[in-house]
Ligand binder design. Structure first.
Ligand SMILES: [Zn+2]
Length: 176
């Protein structure tokens, strides 16, 4: 659930997380992020591009503006984002509940609109879920259970802190 924006960001995000592309550093990251086509050509395997509106999660179409989604079953996380497109790992997503799937997608979408900060992307996701009606208190509890094992490090707050913050965002009527 990472976002790679700038070369400096790539270096920083590498601390505590595997790189966005499991097989190595994106070669063009020093200049600009890859296009979805470049990403797919680089990772190979079964990765493929879905146009905006082409992704369904448990039957429901997911949208993040006009951004396409790359399905990458070899991604080393549930989801990730480059500026301009989202990456989802269908193999890992199959293991989690519907609200958690949608939260992951919305979190990566949050990176598209709000930048690399994880808490901000979390907040974006739960507020979006509340507004669109796919996230209830129960669903939020499932999300909290999902992220609970994540240990905090210098860059990333642990799951319980993230959860506390998301609960506040979920209850906050003003959109952040
Ligand atoms: Zn993230």
């Amino acid at each position: 659930m990472r976002f790679t924006e700038l070369p400096a960001r790539l270096a920083v995000m590498a601390i505590g997380f595997a790189l966005v592309i499991s097989s190595g550093v994106w070669p063009a990251a020093a200049d600009n992020p890859p296009s979805p086509e470049e990403y797919v050509a680089y990772v190979g395997g079964d990765a493929r591009i879905l146009p905006a509106g082409g992704l369904k999660l448990d039957g429901d179409t997911q949208l993040c503006g006009q951004r396409p989604t790359v399905l990458d079953p070899n991604l080393d996380d549930y989801g990730a984002a480059y500026p301009g497109f989202l990456i989802m790992n269908p193999k890992l997503l199959a293991r989690v509940s519907t609200p958690v799937k949608k939260w992951i997608y919305a979190h990566e979408c949050g990176h598209q609109f709000r930048g690399p900060d994880e808490e901000t992307a979390d907040c974006f996701a739960v507020q979006r879920g509340r507004r669109y009606g796919w996230l209830s208190e129960d669903g939020l509890n499932e999300v909290c259970g999902f992220i609970a094992p994540a240990k905090g490090d210098m860059m990333h707050l642990g799951g319980s802190h993230r959860c506390e913050y998301m609960r506040r965002c979920f209850a906050d009527p003003s959109v952040r």
